[in-house]
Design a protein around this ligand. Structure first.
Ligand code: KG4
Ligand code: ZN
Length: 352
């Protein structure tokens, strides 16, 4: 299987985005499409799992048809299907799993379950230049904040992670406090950047939790309390809101940057890969670039559209797994319907 080109359909339905993509091991990414449910959930201030599952059911097949049409291909051309097997919302994951299983069964092709974070982790490899192994990966999404040492496909070692909220979750919760709606990360970041561009002197300084803890773990839940304290102390004018947003963003960016550099120092590696939704944050990108350059390290980011959840990273991870781990994936055929709402990325190893 490894010597022939493979055309893989990727299906991502772990949360509130339906993502599909076609990845060809020879020609690269052929086509991809995404439907975000965020408008539907914004009414409720967060993702409503049952609504998410039902909407995935409506979206997946039309999106698959759309990307096949735009690539001038048909279902018969597919060699394999990769879907997000976990972690995520159980009902939402089941939609992707059952559609992948049904298509795989009908077409008699392999179906590969992919760890959502492995998808994020490998997403910078869809860009040029792609980072070579080994590298340190900073995974910063709505559900996870982790530093990993990545020595190859399936060779992931956890270096540190958040002990409470994920970085994206902290952005979302703080944004909610500031009345910015859901999902709040991009809105908070926009507000912070706008305030920064005004060039005003610094109003507030928030703590940098665990920056000097001596390990590679994170803690973000205290920051929203610090924000709340500021909000109680000041009249919430647009200027104060902007200043708080900036102070919050600076604190998170400082901690993520500091710990990422510490991970590079600890492992002796010189390549840093940033993945997950918070990787779209402009200030984080510029801080990491700037600081990494100073120590002779290089930072790799996924394309902005592949920072947040998408089908391309799942199709790509599936193609890599089929190429690198054909034996393991034959076994996976047997339990196509398995999903893991909670799932440890280190269990993805080649020897597992
Ligand atoms: O990776 P992702 O799409 O989904 C998960 O797997 O969680 O990440 C979504 C998270 C959300 O918490 C969202 O607020 C955050 O990424 N996010 C951002 C930005 N864009 C998305 N946070 C800060 N700045 C951004 N520009
Ligand atoms: Zn994600």
């Amino acid at each position: 299987m490894s010597s022939h080109p493979l055309l893989v359909l990727g299906v991502e339905t772990s949360c509130d985005e339906t993502g599909v993509a076609l990845y060809d091991t020879q020609r690269g990414l052929l086509s991809h499409a995404l439907y975000s449910q965020s408008e539907m959930h914004s009414e409720y201030g967060g993702v409503v799992p049952e609504l998410a599952s039902r909407d995935h059911i409506r979206r997946v097949l039309p999106l698959v048809r759309q990307i096949l049409d735009s690539a001038g291909l048909s279902l018969r051309d597919l060699d394999a299907i990769a879907y997000t097997q976990g972690p995520g919302l159980a009902g939402a994951l089941l939609v992707g799993a059952s559609i992948a299983a049904a298509l795989g069964f009908a077409l008699n092709i392999p179906v590969v379950g992919i760890h959502h974070l492995e998808g994020h982790l490998l997403s910078p490899l869809l860009s040029t230049p792609a980072p070579a192994f080994p590298f340190v990966a900073l995974l910063v999404s709505g559900g996870h904040t982790q530093l990993m040492e990545v020595n190859g496909f399936g060779l992931y070692k956890l270096l540190g992670e958040t002990v409470d909220d994920a970085a994206g979750e902290a952005f979302d919760k703080t944004a909610k406090l500031l009345g910015l709606g859901y999902p709040g990360g991009p809105a908070l970041s926009k507000l912070a950047d706008e305030f920064f561009r005004l060039g005003q002197p610094k109003h507030f300084e928030l703590p940098r939790p665990m920056l000097h803890s001596g390990d590679l773990n994170f803690s973000f839940s205290g920051l929203k309390t610090a924000v709340l304290t500021l909000m109680h102390k000041h009249e919430m004018t647009p200027e104060i809101r902007g200043a708080i947003a900036l102070a919050f963003q600076e604190a998170v960016v400082d901690v993520l940057t500091g710990k990422s550099l510490a991970a590079l120092a600890k492992t002796g590696l010189t390549r840093l890969v940033v993945a997950g939704g918070v990787g779209a944050n402009r200030q984080l990108r510029s801080s990491l670039r700037h600081k990494a350059e100073k120590i002779g390290a290089t930072v790799f980011f996924p394309e902005l559209e592949f920072c947040t959840d998408n089908g391309a990273m799942i199709a790509f991870a599936g193609a890599m797994r089929l190429r690198e781990m054909p034996d393991r994936d034959k076994r996976m055929d047997m339990d196509m319907f398995t999903i893991h709402a909670r799932w440890d990325l280190e269990m993805q190893g080649l020897s597992a």
